[in-house]
Design a protein around this ligand. Structure first.
Ligand code: TRP
Length: 373
């Protein structure tokens, strides 16, 4: 999807994203209060990412919940491209996937696209993507997925079943569709052109492995949507249900404008950042504050453009009342930016510390999660 000031594709997200417009361009549906209520009933509560609108759109989520209620096997599928260290932005769909897994007691297939990152990034070798995959998998396990129900696999090490499924998908996708959907050109390498079939394959892998009927739901960031368009077109041709999807926004970078991006390290909080690094990044973040404390007190700040507020709102402050108070108080000039930065830095640092402890523990359970041929 491209317009004058923003681009959203599976490989590039740039500029100020207009999510309302994306819903129309991608032909997905907004996550309405009635669906959110259905999720709440099943989960016994609402994840902060739902309450605050980070997950904002979907495709056939109602149908997926219908299937679950009727006793059809409900399965989750998500993934990670191992092109670097994990940052907070990557974590958003994973945290939400865990919430769904706990609520619906689902099997989860977690794809690591080492092949994709090797093929699409001229700088990355197979050894490097393997190393990132290993590191990323620890972050994934640290999120707390159910070891009995979670299957993590990399495309280059679990190739046989995936390739078997991918060729079935690929037979129904023309080059012209792939070009129109992903923008491939004559100079794209041929691995890139086949790759969408590899990302579509896990939509059907549970059915392939178990011969069981299943309804798959994919929680992910909205930029991955083009893959599911292809998967959904092909599904009935292979005799499977179309995968449903639930899509998140991007967490903004710490600077002004743009999403959190691993290629601009100061805009991103990496899960591997030390406490000092994380605190420094938060302290340098873009805010909606006035240039001086006096002006801030007189005119108030602008939480609507403030990155610090948006982190508190989207993820780090689960207390609805506290968040509303922060908003009002900032606008009224009752808060200065340093106070909010202090609060966010503390929350981020605590989160990172907990994550690191869980990541250490994850080292002992990798084998339990990994699918091997
Ligand atoms: N292509 C995704 C990325 O670059 C990785 C991925 C594979 C994925 N399968 C997925 C992401 C399913 C979300 C859902 O990060």
């Amino acid at each position: 999807m491209e317009n004058s000031d923003s681009i959203v594709t599976p490989w590039e997200v740039r500029g100020e994203v207009d999510y309302k417009e994306l819903i129309e361009k991608f032909g997905v549906d907004p996550l309405t209060p009635d669906i959110v209520e259905r999720l709440r009933r099943h989960a016994g509560g609402l994840h902060v990412l739902l309450r605050r609108g980070m997950f904002f759109s979907h495709r056939e989520l109602n149908e997926w919940i219908d299937s679950y209620e009727k006793g059809v096997k409900a399965v989750l599928y998500t993934g990670r491209g191992p092109s670097g260290n994990t940052h907070l932005g990557h974590l958003i769909p994973w945290l939400f996937t865990k919430y769904l897994q706990d609520a619906f007691k689902c099997d989860l297939y977690f794809q690591i696209t080492d092949d994709e990152k090797f093929l699409f990034n001229p700088e990355l070798s197979t050894d490097q993507v393997a190393e990132y995959a290993k590191e990323n998998i620890l972050d994934i396990i640290a999120v707390g997925f159910d070891p009995e129900r979670t299957k993590i696999f990399t495309n280059l090490t679990y190739s046989k079943p995936l390739y078997n499924m991918a060729v079935r998908v690929a037979k129904h996708v023309t080059f012209s569709t792939a070009k129109a959907t992903f923008g491939f050109s004559e100079s794209s390498n041929i691995g890139m052109i086949f790759f969408p079939a590899m990302q579509a394959a896990p939509c059907f892998i549970h059915q392939y492995l178990t011969s069981e009927d299943a309804h798959v739901l994919i929680p992910c960031a909205i930029d991955q949507e083009p893959y599911w368009r292809i998967s959904r077109d092909v599904a009935p041709k292979l005799g499977y249900r179309k995968p449903a999807g639930v899509y998140s926004k991007f967490i903004p970078g710490l600077g002004s404008g743009g999403k959190m991006s691993a290629s601009i390290p100061d805009t991103a909080i990496f899960l591997s950042d030390t406490r000092e690094e994380a605190v420094r990044k938060v302290k340098n973040a873009f805010t909606g504050g006035q240039p001086t404390i006096r002006e801030q007190k007189e005119k108030g700040g602008n939480p609507d453009v403030c990155v610090v507020y948006s982190y508190l709102y989207s993820l780090f402050d689960e207390d609805d009342k506290a968040v509303a108070e922060t908003y009002a108080s900032c606008k009224a000039g009752g808060l200065i930016c340093g106070e909010c930065k202090e609060r966010l830095a503390r929350k981020v640092a605590e989160f990172l510390e907990d994550h690191r402890a869980r990541r250490e523990r994850a080292k002992g359970s990798v084998e339990k999660f990994l699918l091997r041929e």
